[in-house]
Write a protein that binds this ligand. Structure first.
Ligand code: DC
Length: 227
């Protein structure tokens, strides 16, 4: 594996099933699951709490001066990564469509990308992680051993996201989730810094007609082949 790190990266658009697949794959490999989106969501949450506009770079920079984030494994195998910000558990506030849109906005700011990329690399320096996000294969861990890019149609992703939010007891409208997904895809892939795109050496998997288990199987076949 030469200078490559024992890291798996899984990038792709919102609602594509990255979290489920990353969690499952990390369990199978005995690796740590790194949810980079949760870190962007934590910045968005801090903006909401302090009333700072997510587009206000100076204001957001002031949040980052006192930003001690700690990610802990999920309480149950299929739950979200637990997120602590300055010792307060904020996990339950992060998975709303509003925080998702705000996270997409703060993620365009250079000051945010620089800080979170630094923190993610610190977490990944020992290897044995499955990192999930938008730029984990292209920017954060260009030397990862195994890179995947998950894709699925916007309609299928809206359906899955609606189901996921309903399971959490939220009332949502699938048509507006679809609109948000289309907007977030456009914003995330057209921004100038670390835009959403497959790494040149990523394996692209269209999961529109695949279960999470099927996707994990395909990934594992690539991982064992090249180990
Ligand atoms: O994966 P998610 O929906 O939790 O991510 C929320 C937002 O955070 C996403 O719309 C863009 C941003 N993000 C990013 O810019 N880079 C990452 N590596 C992960 C997320």
């Amino acid at each position: 594996m030469s200078d490559k790190l024992q890291i798996v990266t899984i990038d792709g658009p919102s609602g594509v099933g990255k979290s489920t697949v990353s969690r499952l794959l990390a369990q199978r490999l005995g690796y740590t699951y790194l949810d980079t989106g949760a870190m962007y969501r934590a910045v968005a949450y801090a903006c909401k709490k302090t009333g700072i506009d997510p587009g206000d770079e100076k204001g957001v920079a002031s949040i980052l001066e006192n930003f001690n984030i700690d990610l802990q494994p999920p309480a149950q195998p299929d739950a979200d990564v637990r997120v602590y910000l300055n010792s307060e558990e904020i996990t339950r506030f992060l998975r709303t469509p509003e925080i998702g849109m705000m996270a997409s906005k703060v993620s365009t700011l250079p000051v945010v990308r620089k800080k979170l990329t630094y923190l993610q690399r610190q977490i990944g320096q020992q290897g044995k992680i499955v990192a999930e996000g938008r730029d984990t294969g292209t920017v954060v861990f260009p030397n990862a051993s195994w890179k995947f890019y998950l894709d699925a149609s916007p309609e299928e992703r809206a359906r899955r996201r609606t189901e996921q939010l309903e399971q959490k007891g939220m009332k949502v409208n699938q048509a507006s989730i679809l609109q948000q997904i289309i907007k977030r895809d456009r914003d995330d892939s057209t921004r100038s810094l670390a835009p959403l795109k497959p790494a040149d050496d990523a394996v692209i998997i269209d999961s529109s007609r695949m279960s999470a288990e099927d996707v994990v199987k395909v990934m594992l076949s690539h991982i064992t082949l090249s180990k």
